[in-house]
Design a binder for this molecule. Structure first.
Ligand code: DQA
Length: 147
């Protein structure tokens, strides 16, 4: 059965109360539940993780090799700074969908650069929490074509 890791970076544990005008009122627990529901519909399994630490995110990406078929990554602010996360994605060779709740291109200039996008299969941003099930559908569809 196809297995996808959904990995969330710094400050995303605060969703629901964190700048709701930007990120909405949906909590990370709500998003996790949405993802499980979508996974059931698609007939796939998922793991859902969050960490505020860049090192822990790297460890999750490394550990995904041989366990998961692809990764959905909302790297939060590390998106715009982390060569290490970009290198980890290249190193494990798993397809990655970069995900953001907000439209990073409509925000501050420093959010326009993404190290993740350079090595990602594709990018979904600007659809709020609804981006998570969209990303699952997109990645599952891609994996179905490449199996
Ligand atoms: C974010 C966008 C990033 O620029 C920001 O640092 C976040 C959240 C998003 O989901 O919109 O933490 O990744």
């Amino acid at each position: 059965m196809t297995s996808i890791l959904i990995l969330n970076g710094p400050n995303l544990n605060l969703l629901g109360t964190r700048q709701p005008e930007v990120y909405g009122h949906t909590t990370l627990a709500d998003i996790k539940a949405m993802c499980h529901e979508k996974a059931q519909t698609l007939g796939i399994t998922i793991a859902f993780e969050q960490s505020n630490s860049e090192g822990a995110l790297l460890d999750h990406i490394h550990a995904a090799r041989g366990v998961h078929d692809g990764i959905i990554l909302n790297a939060g602010a590390y998106t715009h700074t982390s060569v290490a996360l970009m290198d980890a994605i290249s190193s494990v060779g798993l397809p990655v969908v970069e995900l953001h709740l907000s439209n990073i291109h409509a925000r501050e200039e420093f959010r326009h650069r993404s190290y993740i996008a350079k090595v990602a299969l594709g990018v979904i941003c600007g659809f709020g929490a609804a981006g998570y099930p969209l990303a699952l559908e997109a990645l599952e569809g891609h994996l179905g074509q490449t199996e």
